[in-house]
Design a protein. Structure first.
Length: 268
């Protein structure tokens, strides 16, 4: 599979969980918008952990870059750099199951027992969705109370969690982008401020909140839950004049919160 085929399929799949992304992209030039990075989530289960999931990325020409830790969220991650500058960076994170409560592990373990063997056989796994039965509403609430990341992943399975517009390729500032998004009526992630990071750390980021989508729980169909979101990143050059290719853990930790369940959705 070529990278162009992979990202085209990934984008089409992502739009089902973030239909507003197509409209947002049109605000900044549509097909001419450059994608900065794509992010994925997984569990550290042996069949789908980072070292397994990265194999299709390496086959697409990506190389592993920096490592990141998020101890307060029980997460770790790697960044990946493409062989071609025309392709986006990738941010691949995983949740450490052993760091969750016994109750949370008891919900997740039966789900992962449904994973096929072999599991990750190619890059198309990244848009293969959920491989296990739907949660009950109570199970979802229990997971979300402990780890919104776990709850989102248990709901949706494998999709691009977000795409990201490369603001530094637009010729405008991130502040101008944020103003345009807000004026269009899209709610933003305000955790740690709407704009996270600074030029001092060579990266500034902002993100919409995940778009609510309808989900059929095992015992409660048609509930609104967080889908996917759109991010905006402005990168800066380092002292050598090279554009920064990494991520900033403090900012990424806040960006994760874009998929938190919003109180006003509730259960119906």
């Amino acid at each position: 599979m070529s990278t162009s085929t992979f990202f085209a399929a990934l984008w089409a799949d992502y739009l089902a969980l973030a239909p507003q992304a197509a409209d947002i992209r049109q605000l900044f030039g549509g097909e001419h918008v450059i994608n900065d990075h794509v992010a994925f989530r997984t569990f550290d289960h042996s069949a789908i952990c980072l070292t397994v999931l990265e194999q299709p990325l390496l086959e697409l020409g990506y190389r592993r870059d920096a490592h990141y830790e998020f101890p307060d969220k029980h997460l770790s991650a790697w960044g990946y750099i493409p062989a071609s500058a025309d392709d986006p960076l990738i941010f691949l994170s995983q949740l450490h199951l052993a760091q969750l409560s016994a109750a949370a592990q008891a919900i997740i373990a039966p789900l992962l027992a449904h994973l096929p063997v072999p599991c990750v056989t190619g890059a198309d796994f990244f848009y293969s969705g959920r491989h296990w039965p739907a949660l009950s509403w109570a199970q979802y609430q229990a997971l979300a109370a402990e780890s919104e990341y776990a709850a989102w992943l248990a709901l949706h399975g494998f999709h691009a969690n977000h795409f990201t517009i490369a603001v530094h390729r637009l010729g405008v500032s991130l502040a101008e982008v944020v103003d345009k998004i807000a004026a269009a009526g899209y709610p933003m992630n305000t955790a740690g401020g709407v704009i996270k990071g600074s030029e001092d750390v060579l990266l500034m980021q902002a993100a919409t909140l995940a778009q609510p989508v309808s989900f059929d729980f095992a015992d409660a169909p048609g509930q609104l839950v967080p889908g996917c979101y759109y991010e905006f990143a402005q990168r800066f050059a380092d002292e050598s004049g090279q554009l920064y290719q990494g991520f900033v853990a403090a900012s990424a930790s806040r960006i994760f919160e874009s998929t938190h369940l919003q109180r006003e959705w509730g259960a119906t």
